[in-house]
Design a protein around this ligand. Sequence first.
Ligand SMILES: Cc1cc2nc3c(=O)[nH]c(=O)nc-3n(C[C@H](O)[C@H](O)[C@H](O)COP(=O)(O)OP(=O)(O)OC[C@H]3O[C@@H](n4cnc5c(N)ncnc54)[C@H](O)[C@@H]3O)c2cc1C
Length: 537
Amino acid sequence: MYDVAVVGCGPVGALAANLAAGAGLRTLVVDREAEPHPLPRAVHLDHEMMRLFQGAGLVERLVPVMRETEGHLHVGADRGVIRYLGTAGRPRPFGWANDYFFYQPELEDVLRDGLARFPHAELRLGVELERLDQDADGVTLALRAGDEPSAVRARFVVACDGARSRVRKALGIPLDDLDFEEPWLVVDAAVDGPVRFPDLWGVPDAADLQRLSVMVCDPARPATVVPGRGNLRRWEFMLLPGEDDAEMMRPERVAALLAPYLEGVPHRIVRAATYRFHGLIAERWRDGRVFLAGDAAHQTPPFFGQGMCHGMRDAANLAWKLDLVARGVAGPALLDTYQPERDPHVRSVVTAAVEAGRYICELDPVRAGARDAALRERARQGAPSTAADLIPPLREGAIARGTPGAGERFVQPRVDTPGGRVLLDDATGQGWRLFARGAAAFGRARAAAGALAPLGVTPVDADALADDGTLARWFDDRGVRAVLVRPDFYVFGTAADDADVLVAAAYDALALRAPASRPAPLVGVSGAVAIHQGEQA
Ligand SMILES: Cc1cc2nc3c(=O)[nH]c(=O)nc-3n(C[C@H](O)[C@H](O)[C@H](O)COP(=O)(O)OP(=O)(O)OC[C@H]3O[C@@H](n4cnc5c(N)ncnc54)[C@H](O)[C@@H]3O)c2cc1C
């Protein structure tokens, strides 16, 4: 029996399988296609994905196929800037740049190849899931490879089978429709030289148009121009009412749309295809032992380039929880925290993308003018300044709610080590980490880590880490001395002084099972603290 079967080896399924196998789970991943989808859909990802790839041990292979960029710029009907979410010259609290562009088939190849590192992971391509049946002990998956049917058993299933998810449909899970559907033409081109932009005004000094995702909110034809990896560039053009998909994909029409941007610039069209952009979220993300992730669970208009990123966050959220439950460290109640954590998180960003989509897709020139004025006013009042600010913290689930910073993504400065300056996660190792500041707090953190031994918590003396002051600021801003960080880099909780309180909170919020040698969590904790105090004396 597999611990986890992943259905679909798109980017989300491939990452889910890497993370599950990386945690030591016996993992099967199947995909009905033999090769990754040959054409890119996603082109952008953010720092959080880079940190997940870093954690999965794949980032060194991915950095060479990523192009670092500098955020988003929205231009109004009058060609003046109405919104700037730029990152040029800003700090990188999470270690990586906020925006990267890539070529999706390359990313998927690296993720698939990553599975070969694990003898306990199996990738079966050209294998389609036909149906699944669950019982008290596991799930039976009926598979088919050509004419050959087969069946496998798994304790848990992660359905990453895309927007038309057969699993979601078989489970009868409806989609919550956020009432956004617009047709767009997507064009990828290989371009030898800088893209031309019509005369724009109000462009901030720091903004380099060649390194930004530029949204031209022109009511005559809303369009996006984004940088790509290497010499690739992407354009997205809204189809106007009455326009026909096939007609708009004809080479002459595509060339006419690109002409203002590429006059005199050598280029080659790689593809042109139309898509319907939606805002859809599954009403239930779990049915017993089966979990929906990625596009199977949600779809977003791509205006902030977050669709796949949401799915990768789903994968990271599930991986450590499935691991703890599969190993018997946590009870199955931990898995109930998946949707309460992920759904509001996704909903908030999809809602922001839908809201942006509504103003971007405005075709009435008068209303577009009013929109431009309103957005400029909003910018003056200090609206979010980078796209990273749009991603909210977790507000409930497996966190110590109410403790300062709980649910936030933990920072990742670079720190000095004998081997050179490296990112925090590489310096400390990954998994559960309990950072503490001050000798007394660190001593208590070590005791607390002992009390949380089933989780495998690493205590880290934050004062011993030579960074640029990011860590100290993080602690000081929240008035805390200890922080427990989850394997998906979200903060479980913090303590003003004594990490003890986090032990009790973890046993509760993670449905941890007390090990046989540990009769009751709190007795163990106070005992450990006493030992530590003795050590100090
Ligand atoms: C034009 C466009 C631009 C986008 N831009 C971005 C962006 O910049 N950034 C971003 O983050 N996101 C973006 N997205 C969204 C992103 O492409 C998707 O969110 C992402 O590809 C979803 O990944 P997935 O693994 O969930 O699903 P998919 O990539 O659809 O993979 C599903 C896999 O499941 C397999 N499968 C399906 N059914 C079965 C079955 N029964 N048995 C076995 N296998 C099965 C399929 O063969 C496929 O390989 C964009 C989307 C579009 C359309």
